[in-house]
Design a protein. Sequence first.
Length: 205
Amino acid sequence: MNILQFFVAVATGFIGMFQKGGTQFVGLVTGIVPLLIVLMTAVNALVRFIGPERIDKVAMASSNNIFLRYLVLPFLAVFFLTNPMAYTMGRFLPEKQKPAFYDSAVSFVHPILGLFPHANPGEIFVWAGIATGITTLHLNVGDLAVRYFFVGLVVIFMRGLVTERITAIMWARRPAAATSEEAEAEMNMSGVEAGGAAFAAGEEA
């Protein structure tokens, strides 16, 4: 009889775990999901209102300042373009700065979730799990979200600086032959693209 009760308790606990998961899911559907949809709609409307070309101009201007490059630009990219499109903003930066920008942007897709969950909806469960624990302790989730956000800004700026320095060191260690080969390959590629465009124009004519 004790063995039977043991198996009943195990089965009850097993089912109870999934019931708790279902309750948490219902809480997300009635809480965070509507907020997420409204935020995504609002940000998309804001991008359309401002104009993608203006956002691109801001990105190009940010490449000339280290604070804008690894602090403001990653925030704008993650906020407006969200994950994973945010990384495409690095196309405006020189090649030596692209790894550092990516490091900054990819490190910010979680710290921004507390205030702007639309930026990375695919991983909202990370913030939801933390928020649930904070709520259980009867603490203010808003305070955590603000601290999480500002600490994230500090971290991405530091990561940008460090990664840019590491990239500069690795770039300087490249063999001269490899550098010349890369330059020649880029020239050949641009020539092929130009020839292809000319060929296409000839076909249209």
